[in-house]
Design a protein around this ligand. Structure first.
Ligand code: HEC
Length: 228
């Protein structure tokens, strides 16, 4: 009884092995087709398994897929010159990076009223959601408001900051002429330039800010050599 049960189990096991071998040997070629190019497995082993599906033939394990090239992931795009130019917007203190364009305080008041006054106040002196931008020009005196006129070292970086950060809810949306104009308006309101002076890539770097000499110059010299 016990012996017969055992022999039954043994033949059942043998059949399972046989079935397993058949399934495996028929699955291997289809996996090869799916992969596109034939895998670098030992062809001898594969042929033997297909030709005589017997449990005595050693099963060849499926070949490890070769590492896919990074391009196969299918995400990301090549950086085009246009895409890089869109990100490359920095304007240095010496004016490097300023684009073509121009604007006067008279042009700038329209930009200011439409796009800035809601947060900085009707004339820029008031402030509101954003800080006041206009006050008596520097040199800066402790206890007085820190504004463009009293506490901003370079006129050029005003262009840079406003383009990259303002309007607060739509940064990067202003065109060069609008930027030169609103910068001219704010400089004029702070009594830094006259009311008919045009700001452009040549004139803006020449504007000397009233508090400039109170700052230790960091451009183009290194003012923090202790910081690596
Ligand atoms: C939706 C509200 C909002 C609008 C609209 C807006 N600003 Fe601002 N602005 C802010 C806030 C808030 C800050 C302070 C941001 C900070 O400190 O990080 C700020 C800061 C500034 C500063 C820096 C002030 C300083 O001395 O530190 C300038 C300059 C400025 N804005 C200019 C403008 C100009 C020009 C416009 C219009 C083209 C504009 N902002 C539109 C909210 C606004």
């Amino acid at each position: 009884m016990q012996a017969r049960k055992l022999s039954h189990l043994t033949s059942l096991f043998a059949m399972m092995l046989l079935l397993g071998a058949c399934t495996l040997s028929s699955a291997t070629p289809s996996a090869t087709t799916r992969g596109g190019s034939p895998p670098a497995a030992s062809p001898g082993g594969q042929q033997a398994a297909t030709a005589s599906p017997s449990p005595s033939v050693p099963l060849t394990p499926a070949p490890a897929p070769s590492a896919p090239a990074p391009g196969l992931f299918g995400f990301g795009t090549a950086a085009t010159d246009t895409a890089i130019a869109k990100e490359n917007i920095d304007v240095a203190p010496d004016g490097a990076g300023l684009p073509a364009g121009k604007g006067t305080p008279a042009d700038g008041v329209k930009v200011y009223v439409a796009k800035c006054a809601s947060c900085h106040g009707a004339t820029g002196r008031e402030g509101g959601i954003g800080p006041a931008l206009v006050s008596e020009p520097g040199p800066y005196k402790p206890g007085t408001p820190r504004t463009i006129g009293s506490y901003w070292p370079h006129a050029t970086t005003l262009y840079d900051y406003i383009y990259r950060a303002m309007p607060f809810d739509r940064p990067g949306s202003l065109q060069p002429d609008e930027l030169y104009a609103v910068v001219a308006y704010l400089l004029n309101q702070n009594k830094v330039i006259g009311e008919s002076e045009e700001m452009n890539a040549t004139t803006l770097p020449k504007v000397k800010m009233p508090s400039q000499d109170q700052f230790k110059p960091c451009w183009p010299v290194e003012c923090r050599p202790d910081v690596p």
